[in-house]
Ligand binder design. Structure first.
Ligand code: ASP
Length: 438
């Protein structure tokens, strides 16, 4: 059994919704629970319905534009029996009655699901019945699992709006933007789906960011661990929180393209199942390359650091005191480097950290390097193939990229290199070219 989730571009207009319906109807038996986003952009300059709804919260005069978008869908799909006027009136009355921005934003998914349910003649189930938030507005996984699995057992097939649920006082709560991905994953877990299909507008997860390498290849198989490494370094197709519900339940995610259903897409598989041979392993040496700019390296040098008990602890305590979290920590015999994210770190803070490190650790030398990029080269197969690291470093050297730091994760799943921000794009391209054919 499958759970399918369709994103905003798939729900953008009547034509795209017809494509969605065709995909769903291709396998009526297995395609049982469908989660949808609000209608997204029809073309680049268009506005997403969710953005219109946030705007309508500030200015009710925007609301007719929203009604128009939904009415166009109804007309385009020839849904002569569906009239949403009553729904619009309820929403407008709720806004006047002081309903929250989250409630209003959620109505995009609500109405979008109503339309698809009517078009397919399938049951509509309100996400408020299934997805639960606690009194503090935090997602409640336990209550949700109980409510959703119980309710969905009673349904053969259903269309469910993404993005929102209900808290203990009955208020509508939304996830962060792009959160319908999370709803889909939660529903997949609740019904113990065999697979969670996430239908979007790209052919899959690319080996590296297409803004740096246009036409980068699509990754066919990716494990959850590899995805985690790549997403941590900024690669995104899915909402990052959407991974956890399905990962915990060992359910694979299949990213597919509504506009090119023949494409293979990217299959994200539970790491253990992949190693147990339950899924075809990728033959790629390097599964993906991702990176981010703007890191800072703080390096402490001290003779005989290796025998000084508690040195690292004192460094970490200073950073903790200043609320700074650590991204990486490569060490040498007499050196210790801490890599931190440069966002929100100003001159004053760096000065205070330096002062405290000097008094807590008395290093012989302390250096700060700013504008560093971290690039992660990720792949389970890297550790099995000799010479991978050598190829990686020589590719960077041929491209005249100076490597400032190397950190091989203990998972042997990745090699992280630090380069100057100015070299970031060159480095990514060089690494892509080196590994693209194997
Ligand atoms: N409609 C919401 C948004 O635009 C949620 C989603 O589409 O996933 O962020």
């Amino acid at each position: 059994m499958k759970v399918l989730k369709f994103g905003g571009t798939s729900m953008a207009n009547a034509e795209t919704i017809k494509k969605v319906a065709k995909i769903i109807n291709q396998d009526e038996k297995n395609n049982r629970f469908i989660v949808v986003s609000a209608p997204g952009k029809r073309e680049k300059s268009d506005t997403k319905v969710t953005d219109l709804l946030y705007a309508a919260y500030k200015d009710i005069h925007v609301f007719p534009a929203i009604e128009k978008r939904f009415n166009e869908l109804i007309a385009g799909l020839d849904l002569t029996l569906l009239n949403l006027s009553e729904e619009y009136n309820i929403i407008k009355a709720n806004i006047e009655g002081g309903a929250s921005a989250e409630y209003l934003a959620s109505r995009g998914e609500y109405l979008s699901a109503k339309i698809l349910a009517a078009y397919l003649g399938i049951e509509f189930i309100d996400a408020a019945e299934l997805i639960k938030f606690d009194a503090d507005g935090k997602f409640d996984a336990v209550q949700t699992q109980a409510a959703a699995s119980k309710r969905l057992k009673k349904s053969v097939r259903a269309i469910i709006p993404g993005f929102y649920g209900k808290d203990t006082s009955g208020e509508i709560k939304t996830f962060s933007r792009g959160g319908s991905d999370i709803s889909g994953a939660i529903i997949a877990r609740a019904v113990s789906a065999d697979i969670y299909e996430n239908w979007t507008d790209v052919d899959g997860f690319m080996v590296c960011d297409p803004r740096t390498v246009p036409n980068a290849e699509i990754i066919d198989v990716l494990t959850y661990k590899e995805l985690r490494e790549l997403s941590y370094m900024g690669a995104s197709v899915l909402h990052s929180e959407s991974i956890f519900p399905v990962r915990e339940a060992d359910i694979p995610i299949h990213i597919r393209n509504t506009f090119n259903p023949a494409a293979k897409g990217t299959l994200i598989v539970p790491t253990k199942k992949y190693f147990d041979g339950l899924y075809a392993r990728s033959s790629r040496t390097v599964t993906g390359i991702a990176g981010e700019k703007g890191f800072i390296a703080l390096t402490l040098e001290k003779s005989m650091m290796n025998v000084e008990v508690g040195f690292a602890k004192r460094v970490l305590e200073v950073l903790e005191k200043h609320g700074i979290s650590i991204e990486h920590m490569p060490t040498g015999i007499d050196t210790l480097t801490v890599i931190i994210d440069g966002e929100g770190i100003d001159k004053q803070l760096l000065f205070d950290v330096k002062k405290d490190l000097n008094s807590a650790c008395s290093p012989n030398r302390y250096t700060v390097e700013q504008n560093l990029s971290m690039i992660a080269v990720v792949g389970h197969n890297m550790s099995r193939k000799t010479g991978t690291a050598a190829r990686l470093f020589s590719a960077l050297s041929k491209a005249s990229v100076n490597i400032r730091m190397i950190d091989q994760g203990s998972s042997e799943l990745n090699i992280i290199v630090g380069v100057e921000d100015n070299d970031y794009e060159t480095a990514i391209r060089a690494l892509y070219e080196e590994f693209k054919n194997d």
